[in-house]
Design a protein around this ligand. Structure first.
Ligand SMILES: Nc1ncnc2c1ncn2[C@@H]1O[C@H](COP(=O)(O)OP(=O)(O)OP(=O)(O)O)[C@@H](O)[C@H]1O
Ligand SMILES: [Mg+2]
Length: 310
């Protein structure tokens, strides 16, 4: 699959989902148009019953529209064979649900390895891969626990590990933090932020407006239609696979917190009142300059000046 910049991966054209007929007719989605570029992090908001889950189910190929067209990677979904669709669901799409949907009588590691059943890997290989991803999520010591022995936040991290094990490029999350306290929600959101920074596309439903700060685009739905659609990041600035990983650094000071974004090549050292920004690509012998804590923009500007001087 080509992974060019600003590539459109999902396109819905006048998609309608109708339930019932005649007097009982109702629309979960109505003439819904949506274009999603690779690397977007979209948050979908809107009142209960406005069609958010229906939208995710259609995008994730779990449900079919009654009318309209859906193009996935430029190809009409209607023309994709059911075998290919099943392959796509297993390999390219990761689902995260509000109620975690872990299988209660399977251990953590078995739950996580489940999507790989379709991969053709032998069981030993599946468990090894599950073990690796659980290590990343700091859950390795709990891999033989049963789901009921975990906290809600841990269960959701297991569910995220499971949704990522086949390395999907599209993550669909339906209120993934809906059942969690704010600390666990924060951990989950930081995970999603990392996944997004690696160039993956995330479409997430939430009722919590505070979480929209993580998004590059916020869509408000009403009665099966788009009410408002606001992009906070330009398409040309969306992350791409292979980009150096961006890391957000928040420095809390007495006056006001400073937030800056650096890539994985950059070292940020905070010592007392001073912040030092060091680029690992630069010559080791060159001494880094020290700056007083400043706003994000000013810090970035200084780093550029440093580079000029070198
Ligand atoms: N199988 C079904 N049969 C009939 N109506 C349905 C069916 N599934 C969903 N609907 C209706 O479609 C509309 C949209 O439902 P949907 O689950 O997408 O809403 P939602 O925005 O996800 O709501 P919530 O925030 O409560 O999860 C609702 O009015 C719902 O009653
Ligand atoms: Mg829903």
């Amino acid at each position: 699959m080509p992974k060019e910049k600003n590539e459109t991966i999902i396109e819905l054209k006048a998609v309608t989902k109708r339930y019932g007929f005649g007097d009982a007719e109702s629309f979960a989605l109505h003439n819904f148009d949506l274009t999603v570029k690779r690397g977007e992090f979209i948050m979908i908001m809107g009142p209960s019953g406005c069609g958010k889950t229906t939208l995710l189910n259609i995008i994730g190929l779990l449900d079919k529209p009654t009318a309209g067209e859906y193009f996935l990677n430029g190809k009409s979904v209607e023309r994709i064979s059911s075998r290919r669709k099943a392959h796509f669901r297993a390999k390219e799409i990761g689902f995260i649900f509000q109620n975690f949907n872990l299988i209660p009588n399977l251990s953590v590691i078995e739950n996580v390895s489940l999507p790989l059943i379709y991969s053709g890997y032998h069981k030993t290989r599946r468990l090894k891969k599950a073990d690796d991803i659980l290590e990343h999520f700091h859950l390795r010591e709990r891999e033989y626990y049963m789901p009921y022995q975990l906290s809600g936040g841990q269960q959701q991290r297991v569910a995220i590990a499971r949704s990522l094990i086949s390395n999907p490029s599209i993550i669909l999350a339906d209120e993934p933090t809906g059942n969690l306290d704010s600390r666990s929600s924060h951990i989950i959101m930081e995970e999603l932020r990392d996944i997004h920074a690696q160039g993956n596309t995330i479409i997430m439903v939430t009722h919590n407006p505070a979480l929209t700060t993580y998004a590059t685009r916020v869509i408000n739905m009403l009665d099966g239609e788009i009410d408002t659609d606001i992009k906070t990041v330009d398409d040309s600035d969306l992350p791409r696979p292979g980009d150096p990983e961006k890391i957000s650094v928040r420095i809390l000071s007495k006056k006001r917190p400073v937030e800056l974004e650096v890539d994985s090549q950059t070292k940020v050292v905070v010592s007392g009142e001073h912040v030092t920004i060091e680029n690992e690509e630069e010559n080791d012998s060159k001494k880094p300059k020290q700056h007083k804590k400043k706003s994000d923009k000013k810090l970035k500007k200084k780093t550029k000046t440093e580079k000029k001087e070198s």
